[in-house]
Design a protein around this ligand. Structure first.
Ligand code: ADP
Ligand code: LRH
Length: 484
């Protein structure tokens, strides 16, 4: 058949899904066969991922995918977090959640010790307190780390449970802080700095490589053919999302907008200048050896945590967004890149406190609070993309906003207005599509990334938001926050 079927397991911080894709030269048809919530566990040992629940969600999804007879399965998830295995392959405790507070003081102390410039020259990463290198430093002395024989990032851990094969997919490895930005190999010096034996780190594999086939247990549980391949994809969700940006020009910026907003550019090579470090830009690896030059913005996490505090879920969003649209413009603004928003809890109160501290009025109601968050996110998108262009010497003519945030019309329009550039929104499921696309390219040699982007554009038409005629109001708002 000219079309092939693949399955994507895509684990986001807020939910997991399994998507089946039928892909051919002119076809990209998606079926979401399973979706499940991703609920972290707060335990005496800290904030953890419910890795068993996620494994179950994946298997249930693969069972729903089995009747479609996928040729291969690919797994992606959020970055940086890992499980440790002992020498027999047993998991040593629940993986920590990147929002756990145990790195709070360890991370800055480690940067101080190693030197921020030296660290950036070596790994090219923005400072985020949860980078794996800092998590490992925080775990020094823990019995689990002492007993560990290997460290597997979350998608690699799940792939290990499916296939029995261990390894480290390179796009996700590039988020750990342990990969050398120049050689794209594990850095023995950085492993030593993190206090681990470099032998813990798995053999690197690239998107498109075959990991293995299903073990009898998962094959039986899911009903998938035992010969079904598990393929390495761009297992960092953001790398998959960027791979699926339906760009038709090279002059594009992107915002991968879900729990986080990851805003930046796709480059041929890293930018590790002192200016890029000062602006806290990261150089993560994309497919085909590209660099994702971007910065993390708190994203829709701010909204998710307000909803949670109010006892609501996403189904309340359409109504609340109408209230936000009716609330006064630019009444209160926050820095949506501020690390104070990293931990969970009390989000509306924390935002109100931030507004008070900066001499601004507290929001009158939920609509006003939501407006503050969305305008602030649009300003952060603008600041980040403008700086990315300045730092890399590149120019853009369009911004692609993909992920769940593409459903938020206010955020898309305001991002366009703030930047004075058109925003093309969607696909909402860019990450799953990027996961599937890498599998399809591996199965059908010769297909290029740009062919795939055109196919995605043709089959998942983005919605276009034209910017307002001038940016004066947004310029003034940006100036209030000291942003570009
Ligand atoms: P992640 O992959 O990080 O878990 P998603 O890309 O799935 O996140 O995006 C989830 C976000 O999408 C939600 O937090 C919410 O803000 C947004 N969203 C979901 N449904 C809607 C909707 N109907 N209208 C506007 N935004 C929505
Ligand atoms: C988005 C994401 C992001 C990382 C964060 C930990 O889901 O992978 O790219 O910085 O989670």
């Amino acid at each position: 058949s000219p079309s092939d079927v693949f399955a994507a397991v895509d684990l986001g911080a807020s939910s997991g899904r399994v998507v089946v894709g039928r892909i051919g030269p002119d076809e990209l048809a998606l079926t979401e066969v399973h979706r499940f919530p991703n609920r972290p566990l707060r335990l005496p040992s800290g904030l953890h991922w419910d890795i068993g629940g996620l494994y179950h969600g994946m298997l249930d999804g693969l069972r729903a995918a089995a009747p479609h007879a996928p040729r291969s399965v690919g797994i992606d998830s959020w970055a940086v977090d890992y499980g440790l295995l002992d020498d027999g392959g047993a998991l040593l405790g629940l993986p920590h959640h990147y929002r756990d507070s145990r790195t709070d003081s360890v991370a800055p102390a480690m940067v101080e010790r190693l030197g921020a410039a030296q660290l950036y020259a070596r790994n090219g990463l923005q400072f985020l307190p949860f980078n794996t290198i800092f998590q490992l430093a925080a775990a020094q002395g823990a019995s689990q780390l002492r007993c560990a024989a290997s460290l597997l990032l979350v998608p690699d851990l799940l792939a290990y449970w499916l296939t029995g094969e261990r390894g480290a997919e390179v796009t996700n490895a590039s988020t750990t802080g342990l990969l050398d930005v120049a050689t794209r190999r594990w850095s023995p010096e950085l492993a030593e700095a993190a206090g681990i034996d470099a032998s813990l780190l798995g053999v690197l594999r690239s998107p498109g490589e075959r990991i293995g086939t299903l073990l009898p247990g998962p094959a039986e549980h899911t009903g998938l053919d035992a010969g079904t391949a598990v393929a390495a994809v761009a297992s960092h969700d953001t790398a998959s999302a960027v791979a699926a940006v339906p760009a038709r020009t090279e002059r594009f910026g992107y915002v991968s907008c879900g729990t986080w907003s990851l805003a930046g550019l796709e480059l041929d090579a890293p930018v590790t200048t002192e200016e890029a470090r000062g602006a806290n830009f990261t150089n993560e690896l994309g497919v085909d050896g590209t660099t994702r030059f971007l910065r993390n913005i708190m994203g829709l996490w701010l909204v998710q945590e307000c909803l949670r505090e109010w006892g609501l879920d996403d189904s309340a969003l359409p109504g609340l967004l109408q209230e936000a649209a009716a609330a006064p413009a630019f009444a209160g603004l926050i820095d949506a890149g501020d690390p104070r928003y990293l931990p969970p809890g009390n989000m509306p109160a924390r935002i109100a406190a931030h507004l008070r501290e900066t001499g601004q009025a507290e929001p009158a109601d939920r609509g006003a609070l939501l407006r503050c968050v969305l305008e602030s996110l649009a300003l952060a998108h603008r600041d980040t993309l403008r700086r990315a262009c300045a730092l890399s010497g590149r120019d853009i003519e369009v911004v692609h906003l993909v992920g769940g945030g593409a459903r938020n019309e206010l955020l898309c329009q305001w991002t366009a207005d703030a930047l004075g550039l058109p925003v093309e929104s969607g696909p909402v499921e860019a990450t799953a599509i990027g996961n599937l696309a890498v599998q399809a390219r591996a199965a059908v040699p010769g297909a290029s990334q740009s062919d795939l982007r055109h196919l995605i554009h043709a089959t998942q038409r983005p919605r276009r938001y034209e910017p307002a005629p001038d940016t004066a109001a947004w310029d003034a708002a940006a100036a209030r926050l000291g942003l570009e």
